[in-house]
Design a protein around this ligand. Structure first.
Ligand SMILES: C[S@@+](CC[C@H](N)C(=O)[O-])C[C@H]1O[C@@H](n2cnc3c(N)ncnc32)[C@H](O)[C@@H]1O
Length: 225
């Protein structure tokens, strides 16, 4: 059988094309990063940390895909007495597992479910729920209903069906606790602001691990009923 092997000039050409593509995409990323810093010079304080995450996986880094500012705030307020629910797992699941007493993660993707279960096996107090996409994601959205009202110190809505999840999550956060909606600038999530009503919120925009686009996250503090 004749085996096809590329000639040396062809291989060199391919390598050059790959290198050119890679430096073009790096140049694009540098341009985006410069734009982020020019938009908000305060973000330069996260530059070194952002660079250490560039082109890496949040799961391997064990970091949430949230703005550094939000990560630091959570790091300051969470401890072993904290209970957290998240819609959509990832690096955040491991990050939380290292800090809080209880993490419940609703995950729709079977592969991510398997990966997260493996990566959190060593931690007590972590439950990754396998909630497949079928049918209509109703089980995924309603998974938090199994817990009493006011049970969680923090709920992070960062997966599928965010507005519906947000609606189910709100009563489950204790007074004084925190409810987070990531990518809250998206038009399709705008209804969450109406659902939250009078609860105080702040929107954080800024650099986040591994992201070249500006992260945009809204954080509500749930007040007494
Ligand atoms: C926005 S991600 C959730 C991110 C997670 N809350 C975090 O902060 O690490 C939504 C879904 O994408 C998948 N996912 C998680 N981390 C990912 C990653 N680093 N790259 C690609 N997909 C990811 C999972 O199926 C997850 O439910």
């Amino acid at each position: 059988m004749l085996e096809h092997t590329a000639s040396a000039p062809a291989r060199a050409h391919e390598a050059l094309v790959r290198a050119a593509r890679s430096s073009w995409s790096t140049a694009q990323d540098v341009r985006r990063l410069a734009t982020r810093i020019l938009e908000d010079p305060q973000q330069s304080r996260y530059l070194r940390r952002w660079l250490s995450t560039y082109r890496r996986s949040t799961l391997d880094l064990e970091l949430p895909w949230l703005p550094f500012q939000v990560i630091d705030r959570l790091d300051a307020v969470l401890d072993r007495s904290s209970r957290v629910f998240e819609f959509g797992g990832g690096g955040s699941t491991v990050w939380l597992a290292r800090r809080v007493g209880e993490v419940v993660t609703a995950e729709h993707d079977p592969e991510w479910h398997a990966l997260l279960t493996e990566r959190t096996r060593q931690f007590a107090g972590v439950t990754v729920l396998d909630l497949d996409m079928s049918p209509g994601l109703d089980d995924y959205v309603a998974s938090i209903d199994a817990f009493p009202d006011g049970f969680f110190d923090l709920v992070v809505v960062d997966g599928r069906e965010r507005v519906r999840c947000f609606h189910h999550a709100l009563p489950k956060v204790r007074p004084g606790g925190v409810l987070i909606l990531d990518d809250s600038q998206r038009d399709r999530y705008a209804r969450a602001f109406g659902i939250a009503g009078e609860h105080r919120h702040v929107t954080i925009r800024g650099l986040a691990p591994c992201k070249t686009t500006r992260a945009h996250t809204t954080v509500w503090t749930v007040r007494d009923a």
